[in-house]
Design a protein around this ligand. Structure first.
Ligand code: GUN
Length: 293
């Protein structure tokens, strides 16, 4: 069994990006600049956005954090997005999800300039992804592809089962694994809350990508020997023995499933750090688009 070590790989990628930034600086050019908007004070979202900003510093990017209150109106958020769209200093930006209920998420995603949409959530970019055109691939799916690629995990002709159909992970992942190329060329089954007898499906999978958000959902009895398992779950579970009062638990019963798996991602230290590294990679790409490089 091999651990797909997202912590290590994401560090390698950050080092590669930092070297690119150094080259940009040596040429006397402006370094990439990522902005993030966060609305409200959800603890997990604040942590994720904080990590994104910290990662920018680590590789030498400029970063801007825009914090807006929980009572922000849709109009106010759209105005801020317009400002970032028009600001020539900003190469790319994200609006952290979820948003408070008074704000329509679809309207917000549509308002982001597709050339600055480093999350790849705008329908233009999502459509390009589905049509094999060059675009921003959403950071978590992009990170999973990169992890499979760097460990040389064979995906061609394999049966990939994706659990969960969220717009951020499950849906794009199901498209990407079936695309022509590597990693891809899989036969994909997308499962969700209405799927019947999921064990029958997961037990036939060569590769399982679980993005459900239910702690320890995937058990050893649900998988076959030598399965490749990618765990995207990051649920906070109360744990008074931890300094923060919680621990992060994945979708996979790691202790038992890892006994049968050929490759498996840990939680934490698997997909999570890869997401941030690929957001930085998309920002580098956004800078190139911005400057027509
Ligand atoms: N919320 C959870 N994951 C993500 C992500 O990748 N991007 C944004 N913008 N919000 C998220």
């Amino acid at each position: 069994m091999t651990i797909l070590d997202g912590k290590k790989v994401s560090n390698d990628i950050k080092n590669e990006i930092a070297a690119e930034v150094q080259k940009i600086k040596d040429k006397g050019e402006k370094v990439p600049h990522l902005a993030a908007i966060i609305v409200g004070n959800d603890g997990a979202s604040l942590t994720y956005v904080g990590s994104k900003v910290k990662a920018c510093e680590r590789v030498g990017f400029e970063s801007t954090l825009v914090q807006m209150s929980n009572t922000t109106s849709e109009v106010e958020l759209l105005e801020k997005i317009k400002e970032l769209n028009e600001n020539p200093e900003i190469d790319g930006f994200i609006v952290q999800l979820p948003l408070p209920p008074q704000i329509n998420e679809q309207k917000v995603l549509l308002a982001v300039n597709p050339d600055k949409d480093v999350d790849g959530f705008h329908p233009t970019n999502f459509g390009k992804m589905a049509l094999d055109m060059s675009t921003f691939i959403p950071a978590t799916p992009f990170g999973i592809l990169e992890l499979l690629d760097r460990y040389g995990v064979e995906t061609k002709g394999k049966h990939t089962v994706v659990i969960g159909r969220s717009h951020i992970v499950g849906r794009p992942m199901s498209i990407l694994m079936g695309r022509k190329g590597f990693p891809g060329n899989s036969t994909v089954t997308l499962t969700h809350s209405h799927t019947k007898n999921i064990t029958q499906i997961t037990s036939q999978a060569d590769i399982i990508i679980s993005a459900l958000g239910v702690p320890n959902f995937l058990k050893a009895e649900m998988v076959k020997d030598d399965v490749v398992v990618v765990d995207v779950g990051i649920t906070r579970v109360t744990d008074e023995t931890k300094p923060r009062g919680y621990r992060i638990v994945g979708d996979v019963d790691f202790a038992n499933v890892s006994q049968k798996a050929s490759y498996i991602t840990p939680v934490p230290g698997g997909v999570g750090p890869m997401t941030i590294a690929m957001l930085l990679k998309n920002t580098l790409l956004a800078r190139e688009r911005h400057n027509n490089i």
